[in-house]
Design a binder for this molecule. Structure first.
Ligand code: SAM
Length: 281
């Protein structure tokens, strides 16, 4: 590792900087979504580069590292893999970078894996973008604060089941690979962290109309304690129908609550919503 010095820089809290240095944890994170040899990997927030080095060591064909902190971007550009064309360091805000355009510019073909120890403050908007991103994106292994990872992977009936899980399961299968205590990081965050693994569903099992499923899930979970016939009253009204009739038409008992609906039931509601609004258009 002498040719890839990890910069020992002071952490910037506003950039969510909590670093990992344990080689075993870094290897587990790198491989959580499966072997990376031959893969193109996007890493958001390489920081001092512990995970970047693990990805390269495990045989990633190329790592595209998006980093907002100029100190780390500059240090990573000194690594031999940058000169060799295996490491591409892009300095900037990952939320503002158009990844398909970037891949094209770099001459890299998808699907790409996304593997990252994400900054807490932008983890959720980034993953929502990637869930909606389409086919350039492959398997993902993402370190989040534990609660966000649980919300992504939750199943019907779980306390944390909500809009994020419905969106996730429309396009991916999801599970938590492992959880780390605050002491695994420098400096330690306040809460546990977990790696969520999101594996894209086969094309014929994905639900394409994400706008519709999000719309229905937002309405249903907007008032999650209420029965669906009440929580969906307003969206049903906008479709020119009554929530009870709509739910019964989709073979869903109107007295159930959002947290009990399966992915297939959300899909049925989303299809029916789309049909109705297309008729009204
Ligand atoms: N991967 C490193 C590790 O595991 O030790 C660092 C992870 S640290 C939790 C998050 C990293 O994301 C930091 O290096 C931070 O500078 C970077 N970062 C924060 N916000 C960002 C953004 N919007 N776009 C790109 N990088 C960002």
């Amino acid at each position: 590792m002498t040719d890839r010095p990890l910069l020992n820089a002071r952490a910037n809290k506003s950039l969510g900087q909590h670093f990992l240095f344990d080689p075993d944890i870094l290897d587990r994170t790198a491989l959580a979504s499966g072997p990376v040899d031959g893969s193109v990997v996007i890493e958001v927030g390489p920081g001092p580069g512990g995970l970047t080095a693990a990805l390269l060591r495990k045989g990633a064909k190329a790592v595209v590292a998006l980093e907002m902190d100029a100190r780390f971007a500059a240090a990573l550009r000194e690594w031999p893999e940058t000169r060799e064309g295996r490491l591409h360091v892009i300095e900037g805000d990952a939320l503002a970078i158009n990844i398909p355009d970037l891949l094209e510019e770099l001459g890299l073909e998808g699907p790409v894996r996304i593997i990252a120890n994400l900054p807490y403050n932008v983890g959720t908007p980034l993953v929502v973008d990637w869930l909606k991103a389409g086919d350039w994106r492959g398997q993902m292994a993402l370190m989040f604060q534990h609660e966000v990872a649980i919300r992504l992977c939750a199943q019907p009936g779980d306390k944390h089941y909500g809009r994020l899980a419905v969106l996730t399961h429309a396009v991916c299968s999801a599970h938590i690979a492992f959880t780390l205590p605050p002491g695994a990081f420098r400096p330690p965050p306040k809460v546990d962290s977990s790696v969520a693994v999101l594996l894209p569903l086969p094309a014929d099992e994905k639900f394409a109309d994400l706008e519709a499923i999000e719309k229905v899930a937002a309405a249903a979970f907007g008032q999650r304690r209420k029965m669906l016939r009440a929580s969906l009253k307003s969206i049903a009204g906008a479709m020119g129908t009554d929530a009870t009739a709509w739910l019964e038409g989709c073979e869903i008992d109107p007295t159930r609550r959002a947290e009990t609906l399966s992915q297939n039931e959300f899909r049925a509601l989303a299809r029916s919503w789309r049909q109705q609004v297309s008729k009204l258009a």
